[in-house]
Design a protein. Structure first.
Ligand code: SIN
Length: 311
């Protein structure tokens, strides 16, 4: 048992530890989800974003590790909605978040209707930000579309719901998206998804490094940390207090976790580093975070959450 309070909560659902996986990493199969939930340093698990039907995703190679992060164009490979809802309907000792991603707004409505009609009472996260489905835009960059979608969703959806957002890069866009999100009883936002449509060039082979979309793919890992921190901070400053922020993006060290919490994250997800290091990453990050907290005389995340100093 840790002598530090590393807890958080979303919509009253308690997480004993702050760490989650970033959806997409180590969460496609029930075996992977079980492994996450069985790790004592993990607070809960997020499923791979489920589409209505099972998908193979994009052609390989579709994930490539870079010196300072990763580029991927997975294209939502997943076992389909039925598979993941069956999993979250089972009893688990820790919270699960059911991530869903329609290939269109109509799909989103269908997915959420099925959840509404099911016995599932846990947290759901609507992924509005996958950059890798060929021919499909990222919904959360379309502000009018997002507003209309959430309006339809909340006309029938009465269960806890959050959204996964893409990164924003202009303060006006933070104002615009939060003005929309604040109109709805959202439980949380998860920020950020990968930075969409980056490109890496391998000079030796004079080639791109992933096959889909001619090499364009979402960027993750260390290189996205400043963007992730900016998004967590800017969203936290603007969102209703009841809408928690899950900080995702760029975490390699306990200091990176500490920075996410300072910016206002309630929980922190690990993606690229989990992929690179495996499940042991959570023990290491916990040790590093607790060492920083001990040095600073903090005993709980609440001691410094959202308390970033400005100069
Ligand atoms: C993918 O499957 O392409 C990544 C998931 C996401 O970006 O939402």
């Amino acid at each position: 048992m840790s002598k530090f309070d590393l807890t958080g909560q979303i919509n009253g659902v308690p997480f004993d530890r702050l760490f989650l996986n970033a959806s997409g990493v180590h969460c496609q199969s029930t075996t992977e989800l079980d492994e996450l939930l069985q790790d004592e340093f993990v607070g809960g698990a997020v499923t791979k974003s489920a589409t209505l039907e099972k998908r193979a995703g994009n052609p390989a190679p579709r994930y490539y590790e870079l010196a300072n992060g990763s580029i991927n164009s997975m294209g939502l490979p997943n076992n389909g909605f039925d598979y993941y809802i069956q999993y979250v309907l089972q009893f688990h000792a820790k919270p699960t978040i059911l991530s869903v991603a329609g290939l269109s707004a109509d799909d989103d409505i269908q997915l959420l209707n099925q959840i509404q009609d099911s016995d599932y009472q846990g947290l759901t996260e609507l992924n509005l930000s996958c950059p890798n489905v060929i021919g499909k835009p990222q919904m959360a960059y379309d502000f009018e579309g997002t507003q209309a979608l959430l309006q339809s969703v909340f006309s029938f959806f009465k269960k806890p719901l959050g959204v996964k957002l893409p990164p924003y890069f202009d303060l006006v866009h933070f104002d615009q998206i939060t003005a929309i999100l604040n109109q709805f009883p959202l439980t949380h936002v998860n920020s950020i998804n990968s930075i969409g449509n980056g490109l890496w060039v391998d000079v030796a082979s004079e080639s791109v490094v992933i096959k889909p979309k001619g090499g364009f793919g979402g960027l993750g890992g260390k290189m996205v940390l400043p963007t992730a921190l900016a998004n967590v901070r800017a969203l936290r400053q603007r969102l209703n207090d009841s809408i928690k922020v899950i900080g995702t993006g760029g975490v390699q060290t306990g200091a990176d976790v500490f920075a996410h919490i300072l910016c206002g994250a309630e929980l922190v997800s690990i993606g690229t580093q989990l992929q690179a290091e495996g499940i042991g990453v959570y023990h290491r990050l916990t040790n590093e975070l607790e060492r920083i907290m001990a040095d600073k005389g903090y005993t709980a995340l609440a001691d410094f959450r959202g308390k970033l100093n400005t100069i």
